[in-house]
Ligand binder design. Structure first.
Ligand code: MN
Length: 522
């Protein structure tokens, strides 16, 4: 039942968040995140845009089937085909929602849609009607609302509600709004639309001016009861509203808002880590709520205060957001049970097969290093367990590098369908040389868009974790590698990225050049 004092959350990490430049999550990764969002007790998960591609369709379908206890939403333009695709992808959901949208600002109507306001209203009306013929819950968004005419917004929201929309969303699509002005807009809409009881108003804000969270909170005070956002604020351009910040503001300042939420906030930190790792978008240390330093006190006077009474400098506790360091480090003598336990705490939900594979890798890693940290475990999981290996994928068999002053050489042997491909390359360092050797061996030359390497813990026996982004013919893909040997980690990441590039391209029906040659051209 609708409780007027409760704010519900709509997470769009998997849709709007994934539109962030350079982010490409595969189906297994999206499913992991969705399961974690369910544990966080998010009310609505926007799982994707089913009409966008067969890959998107299947992701939404899988999440709808496998994730329980939440509403799963699929995005759709007002086009009939989009609505039907969303409805079809959502058939197995416990609770399904179709989220349809059309732009309402003069700028978008004239230049993007090339439609008159009349046409836009009629599109919205028929889309909502059609969506309601499939599901009970339909959300309508007026894209670019913050730059739209108020009277027009009121009119189109009235029409959408009359056609059966149950959630009316007010997006600040381009991050243009300012809190008090946005609150006025929201209030004018809520008053003007005078929607029937049970219709929920919602906001969706972007962080182009760093105001996404402030605007969401202003909208809540003005009466919206659904907030849309993403974990870590991940999203296009400056990103979306960071859900963890919105919920902790509502909670910490309940004296101001007087509202409740249903979120299990102790799951915020694990889900934040999971999203950061799987997306490759790191969380800055000073990030509110989930940053590594969010609860660190450095200044002596602060430390003194906190020791005397935590509340002197802490407005919320690390435990409230689940940001608690591991009490126990795993090692050689840790059993499968302790390992599985730790995975759960870190936010992973794996099936038995996956746990078995991860545990084997963990045991191998214990031979290389004494203590295995959380960072190491997360790296193992995301590289070896969640990675979907496409058919005909490339695999590293052997490599050798030689490094001198200003010059390096590398030889690689790569397997594909049992066939060996080997070649050598030179470069200004071992990684450069190895990448040149790989490209020659598989006769495929993508562009390296991004390369990063970090240690999984602040120790010299840590794993080196490499993230590589490759681009070819308009398709881009990320690969990760984690090894105690950083050259091997870099090679693994590159080959994973090539494999993913092939999967992405196949999903979009793009042919990636000729098949690599089976070359023994050493
Ligand atoms: Mn958006």
């Amino acid at each position: 039942m609708f409780d007027p004092n409760r704010v519900i959350f709509f997470d769009t990490t998997l849709r709007d968040g994934e539109q962030a430049a350079g982010v490409n999550l595969n189906a297994a990764e999206k499913l992991q995140i969705a399961k974690q969002l369910a544990k966080l007790k998010i009310e609505v998960i926007e799982a994707g845009f089913p009409a966008a591609s067969p890959g998107d369709f299947n992701c939404v379908k899988t999440i709808a089937r496998e994730v329980r206890g939440v509403t799963v939403a699929g995005l759709a333009r007002t086009k009939e085909g989009d609505i039907r695709a969303a409805a079809q992808a959502l058939t197995e959901a416990e609770h399904a929602r179709i989220h349809t949208f059309i732009a309402t600002s003069p700028l978008h109507m004239t230049h993007k849609l090339k439609m008159t306001p009349e046409q836009v209203v009629s599109e919205a009306r028929s889309a909502v009607k059609l969506a309601r013929s499939f599901v009970d819950e339909v959300e309508f968004s007026a894209e670019d609302a913050s730059r739209s005419d108020i009277d027009f917004l009121i009119r189109i929201f009235k029409e959408a509600a009359a056609a059966g929309a149950t959630i009316l969303n007010i997006p600040d699509t381009v991050g243009y709004a300012i809190p008090d002005q946005f609150a006025q807009l929201v209030q004018a809409i809520i008053t003007g639309v005078a929607a029937p009881a049970g219709v929920i108003f919602s906001c969706h804000t972007h962080d182009d001016l760093g105001l996404a969270v402030a605007n969401s909170l202003a909208a809540v005070r003005a009466g919206v009861r659904q907030v849309e956002g993403t974990i870590n604020g991940m999203g296009e351009r400056g990103g979306n509203a960071a859900l963890e910040e919105v919920v902790m503001s509502l909670k910490t300042r309940a004296d101001i808002f007087g509202l409740t939420t249903g979120l299990e906030t102790t799951r915020l930190y694990p889900v934040s880590r999971l999203v950061a790792r799987l997306s490759g978008v790191a969380v800055p240390p000073n990030k509110a709520v989930v940053g590594a330093n969010a609860f660190a006190h450095e200044a002596g006077i602060h430390q003194h205060g906190v020791l005397a009474n935590r509340e002197t400098y802490e407005i919320m506790r690390a435990e409230d957001v689940g940001s608690v360091p591991a009490v126990m480090v795993l090692g050689k003598h840790s059993g499968r049970h302790a390992f599985r336990d730790r995975l759960e705490t870190l936010g992973y939900q794996l099936d038995d097969d996956q746990v078995t594979r991860a545990f084997e890798t963990f045991k191998r890693l214990c031979d290389d290093k004494k203590d295995v940290t959380d960072g190491d475990i997360e790296a193992i999981i995301s590289d070896q367990v969640l990675a979907i290996t496409p058919e005909h994928s490339f695999e590293l068999k052997a490599y050798a590098v030689g490094v001198g002053a200003g010059l390096a050489t590398a030889t690689v042997v790569i397997l594909r369908d049992g066939e060996e491909m080997r070649d050598a390359g030179t470069g200004n360092g071992p990684v450069d040389a190895a990448y040149n050797a790989i490209k020659r061996a598989i006769n495929f030359y993508p562009t390296l868009e991004n390369f990063s390497i970090r240690a999984t813990s602040p120790r010299s026996d840590a794993l080196g974790e490499t993230v590589v982004e490759l681009q070819f013919g308009g398709v881009s893909a990320q690969g990760r590698g984690a090894e105690t040997d950083i050259v091997k980690a870099s090679i693994t990441a590159y080959i994973n990225a090539v494999n993913r590039l092939y999967t992405q391209a196949a999903a979009r029906d793009i042919k990636l050049l000729a098949e690599p040659l089976n070359a023994n051209r050493c």
